[in-house]
Design a protein. Structure first.
Length: 139
């Protein structure tokens, strides 16, 4: 993480909307893309799965045992991380056939908030906030 006085690594040359990976860094720009990645990370269980995946090769059964949760629950969480391209499945030979291991695809996520400035005015003209978010924001 770079602070103001430190020299930061350059951002991609063209600021764009979407999710893309350069090296071991994921870049996220645009409100729906930020929401997708943020929601994938908005679970303690998924964060723990990610942390364990960085430490060692673990399959669904291993993760379920380590986190004291059902295989079905862990499988659902892993699928959510896979959908956001934060982890990927790797298939290795196991004791009884093939074992699916969860591997991180990235080491860092950079959310490019400055892209929101260009996008927000246009989006607000197109459509106001959804009703469920209006109620949330009125609190």
């Amino acid at each position: 993480m770079a602070f103001r006085n430190e020299k930061a690594e350059p951002l991609p040359s063209k600021l764009r909307r979407g999710i893309w990976i350069e090296g071991d860094t994921m870049y996220v720009a645009g409100e729906e893309f930020i929401e997708k990645v943020a929601s994938a990370l908005a679970s303690i269980t998924r964060l723990r799965i990610l942390g364990l995946a960085f430490k060692e090769d673990m399959g669904i059964e291993d993760l379920a045992s380590r986190l004291s949760q059902s295989k079905a629950n862990i499988s659902t969480h892993v699928k959510r991380l896979e959908e956001a391209n934060i982890v990927r499945p790797v298939y290795l030979p196991g004791q009884r056939g093939v074992k699916k291991i969860t591997k991180p695809t990235i080491k860092e996520i950079r959310i490019l908030l400055s892209a929101l400035a260009e996008e927000v005015e246009e989006r607000m003209k197109e459509a106001p906030l959804p009703p469920e978010e209006v109620a949330e924001n009125d609190i």
